[in-house]
Every structure is written in C-alpha cells, then in structure tokens.
Design a protein around this ligand. Structure first.
Ligand code: HEC
Length: 104
C-alpha cells in the first residue's frame, strides 16, 4: 500500500543526508575540533561517544589529563593543542544552560 511504496524513497533520503553530515564535520575549520577528532574520537565514538557529555572547561581539562595519565593519548597533544581543544570543548560542549539549549 501507500506506506510500503514510500520505503525506498525514505532510505534514499536517509543516505543522502547521512553523507553530507559526515563531510561537514570532517572539514571543520576549528583547530580545536581537529584536535578533538584526531586525539579523542578514535576511541570516543559509538558507545563511547562524548556527544551527550557536557562539562565545564575545568572538568574537560581533568578528563583530558586523565586520558593522558591513562596513556590513552598517543601522542599527548602539545599544551597549545590542548588549549585549543579545551576552548572548543568549552564552547561546543559546555554545560547546557536552559537559555542556550536551542543554540545547537
Ligand atoms: C585510547 C582511547 C581513548 C582516547 C584516545 C581518549 N579516551 Fe576518553 N576515555 C577512554 C576510556 C576507556 C574511558 C573510560 C575510563 C575513564 O573514564 O577513565 C574514557 C573516558 C572519558 C571521559 C568520561 C566519559 C563520561 O561519559 O563521563 C571523558 C570526558 C573523556 N574520556 C574525554 C576524552 C577526551 C577529551 C579525549 C581527547 C583528548 C579522550 N577522552 C581520548 C578512552 C579514550
């Protein structure tokens, strides 16, 4: 029936939207985002995703230090890169405040 004949259309639309989303994240201009991708997303994807994690800059720093201490960061990013990373995390993944929640 009607709903059945729509199925192929829906899958095509899904595939078409999935691809650009990936590319857009890939060529992000923010250098901190690049550190994040290079140093963190190797592990933090799928079940380990940090998408839902919202922390203050200090808490992110603690987490990054813990990752480094655990030997997870190979190589450990330079201080400058960590600062760029923390700027990015604080800006994009800071604590959700209700007035700001619709921003993303
Ligand atoms: C080699 C794999 C690996 C890499 C690379 C890595 N992590 Fe992790 N991360 C883990 C594991 C394993 C845990 C869970 C154990 C723990 O919390 O110490 C974790 C936990 C965390 C947590 C706590 C998660 C939660 O849900 O509360 C945060 C935040 C985090 N990582 C941030 C980072 C950031 C930021 C980076 C990049 C600078 C990073 N991680 C790089 C493996 C990794």
């Amino acid at each position: 029936m009607r709903s059945t004949s729509l199925l192929p259309l829906i899958s095509v639309a899904f595939l078409a939207t999935a691809a650009p989303a990936f590319t857009a994240e890939d060529k992000t201009a923010d250098p901190g985002a690049q550190v994040f991708q290079g140093s963190c997303l190797t592990c933090h994807k799928g079940n380990q995703s940090l998408d839902q994690v919202r922390l203050t800059r200090d808490k992110w720093k603690e987490a990054v230090d813990r990752m480094a201490d655990s030997g997870f960061l190979d190589p450990v990013p330079s201080k400058e890169k960590v600062n760029l990373l923390l700027d990015y995390l604080a800006k994009e993944k800071g604590p959700v405040d209700p007035g700001n929640a619709s921003k993303k």
